[in-house]
Design a protein around this ligand. Structure first.
Ligand code: HEC
Ligand code: HEC
Length: 172
């Protein structure tokens, strides 16, 4: 009996607090950091993407171990990547990288992960559209500070990837 009474009290408290919360509700046009999100108010932010030519830029550290690196250089004339035109590979394929000074495309991109097959230097189709995963670096002021600090197990992990070497770590 005593237990039922407590349970009823708890339920009542829950209903009351739910009412209190719903009173403080905010309108759906009033959410987010830009405030009014009605169509008229949505404009792309003025973002200062890196405009340095390839070879002249300062690279950002990797966001975490084996994160895709940001593109540190200007993309003028390099995008969009199409079926017939991919400028990225002309500098980044390992056979051209030494001459262009670009970071060579890593082993993981020359490998078919699904079928566990080394493609012997051929770029896997899933890696063809570089900008699906690699995005331009930009100096952006963010509304909320990000307190995430990556831990790199490799001494140069903040500037270099080794995904294919460690992919099966911990897998039996
Ligand atoms: C003219 C040659 C050239 C072309 C074309 C080119 N890059 Fe680069 N890329 C470079 C060089 C050189 C670097 C070395 C860093 C720099 O820019 O100073 C680089 C750096 C990068 C990096 C950073 C690598 C790292 O280790 O942090 C990424 C990612 C990248 N490029 C992606 C791309 C993508 C995607 C394209 C096509 C849209 C592209 N690049 C086209 C020359 C090129
Ligand atoms: C499906 C997502 C994806 C696509 C598409 C992709 N990459 Fe990457 N890339 C990654 C990730 C994740 C890493 C870091 C881990 C690794 O090495 O695989 C990386 C790493 C790199 C690196 C750094 C290598 C190093 O030694 O540190 C370069 C350069 C690069 N990619 C270039 C390219 C270029 C050029 C293309 C297009 C031809 C491309 N990537 C397409 C996800 C992608």
């Amino acid at each position: 009996m005593k237990f039922k009474f407590i349970a009823f009290g708890a339920l009542l408290a829950l209903i009351l607090s739910a009412c209190a919360v719903s009173n403080k509700s905010i309108s759906d046009t009033d959410m987010g950091f830009r405030g009014d999100l009605t169509n008229d108010n949505i404009a792309a932010r003025d973002i200062n993407y890196s405009a340095e030519p390839a070879g002249m830029s300062k690279k950002f550290d990797r966001s975490f171990e084996n994160a895709p690196p940001f593109i540190p250089h200007d993309l003028e004339g390099l995008v969009p990547i199409t079926k017939d035109m991919n400028m990225c590979v002309t500098c980044h394929m390992p056979e051209f990288a030494a001459d262009s000074g670009a970071t060579p495309i890593p082993a993981s991109h020359l490998y078919d992960l699904r079928n566990k097959t080394d493609l012997k230097g051929i770029l896997h189709d899933e890696r063809f559209n570089c900008t699906t995963c690699h995005v331009s670096q930009a100096d952006v002021k963010v509304p909320i500070k990000n307190n995430f600090t990556p831990e790199f197990r490799d001494a140069n992990g903040s500037a270099k990837s080794n995904l294919l070497d460690i992919l099966n770590e911990g897998v039996r």
